[in-house]
Design a protein around this ligand. Structure first.
Ligand code: PLP
Length: 389
């Protein structure tokens, strides 16, 4: 009987789909899936509506609307002092999700190994599998989410083609420090390895933590594919416009894939982002974004502490992790299921971000990209949380 290809049989339904469905069935306050439940900024919504009205409604050049590519390259150069050629080094596609897929298909040969750090964002391993590669996990260890240098060194071998890095990191909130990036860069330079770096939370950092792009480290510009997206930065996760910055030879390969995956991503939203980026340079948007997220993080921290949970420190992104063992549940999945069905708050068990869930610390991930009312509603529900025994 004909059926699904072997390559995708391990994929299953993502935990986000599962928890979102469970949250809806139990009318739970959804702090599971990572998306803002507040309004997107007016200036970007107006720009999108204007773009549609002015008939930016047909295919754009496959690598992206030229003025958007120019605006993104200019911002990168201003922030990081690294020049980017918008014509040959920058590609716009349908979100970071597509670019991760494009990048892996572009560089991985069958059987190549790709190092991923655990906990691992859910798309990476399926993307590696679809590119006929093999994922090689290396653990980040709580509470500081550092790798063991010996374990990282041992993960590099003759088949290592690339490392996937994510900073600021989902789900831990870690922002990798320069010394850590330098350690990884040294290994990549030594082993001639590429880095695919997912920096979709680049604008969401706290307490003065500096986001340092891997591509700015010595020797790394030529071996790094940087991926970012407008979804988190402008609170429009449904618009799906992302971009990659990579040296010309790698950009050519990414574009070769992109042209046959989606060809071009949504044009009015690309136009809106181009305008939004220009406006955000002078209207204080980025500082406001950081301040608002710092306040939300602090609000949810207080709520979780009030419920007897002990959230770990987050330096970036928009998630808090809490240990679940104090409540007597066998694991984080049992805790999150109970929390959703009996208490009425949805969170994500982080063991799903591990190849072998038994090796995972039992943590729950709570998203704070939420209105004050949502966080306060969760606080009311969490009063019902009691240890099992
Ligand atoms: C680490 C990480 N990478 C990529 C994405 C997806 O980005 P996009 O919506 O631009 O495809 C997300 C969304 O949650 C994410 O958390």
């Amino acid at each position: 009987m004909s059926g699904p290809a072997r390559r995708i049989r391990s994929f299953g339904t993502s935990i986000f789909t599962e928890i979102t469905a469970l949250a809806a069935a139990h009318d739970a306050v959804n702090l599971g899936q990572g998306f803002p439940d507040f309004a997107a900024p007016s200036f970007i919504k107006e720009a999108a509506m204007r773009a549609i009205r002015e008939d930016y409604n047909q295919y754009a050049p496959a690598p992206g609307v030229p003025r958007l590519r120019a605006a993104l390259a200019a911002r990168w150069e201003r922030l990081h002092g690294v020049a980017v050629d918008a014509d040959t080094e920058l590609t716009v596609a349908s979100g970071a999700t597509e670019l991760l897929h494009d990048a892996l298909l572009a560089v991985v040969e069958p059987g190549d190994e790709v190092i991923v750090f655990e906990p691992t964002y859910d798309a990476y391993v399926p993307d590696i599998i679809m590119a006929s590669g093999v994922a090689r996990p290396v653990a980040l260890r709580p509470p500081d989410w550092r790798w063991d240098p010996a374990e990282l060194r041992a993960a590099f071998g003759p088949r290592t083609r690339a490392v996937i890095l994510n900073t600021p990191h989902n789900p831990t909130g870690k922002v990798f420090a320069r010394a850590e990036l330098a350690e990884l860069a040294a290994l990549c330079n030594q082993h001639d390895t590429l880095v695919i770096t997912d920096e979709v939370y680049s604008e969401i950092t706290f307490d003065g933590a500096a986001h340092i792009p891997m591509a700015t480290l010595p020797g790394m510009r030529d071996r790094t594919i940087t991926i970012d997206s407008m979804g988190k930065t402008f609170s429009v996760t449904g618009w799906k416009v992302g971009w990659s910055i990579a040296p010309e030879r790698l950009t050519r390969a990414i574009r070769a894939v992109h042209q046959f995956v989606t060809f071009t991503s949504s044009v009015p939203f690309q136009e809106a982002l181009a305008e939004g980026l220009t406006l955000a340079e002078t209207n204080g948007y980025y500082a406001e974004l950081r301040a608002a997220y710092t306040a939300r993080r602090d609000r949810l921290t207080a709520v979780l502490r009030g419920a007897g949970l002990a959230p770990m420190r987050a330096q970036g992104a928009y998630f808090l992790l809490t240990d679940t063992t104090a409540f007597g549940f066998p694991d984080d999945v049992a805790f999150c299921r109970h929390l959703c069905t009996e208490v009425g708050v949805a969170a994500i068990p982080t063991s799903v971000f591990y190849a072998d869930p038994k090796t995972a610390p039992p943590l729950a991930r709570f998203c704070f990209a939420k209105r004050d009312e949502t966080i306060d509603a969760a606080a009311t529900r969490l009063r019902k949380l009691r240890p099992l025994h």
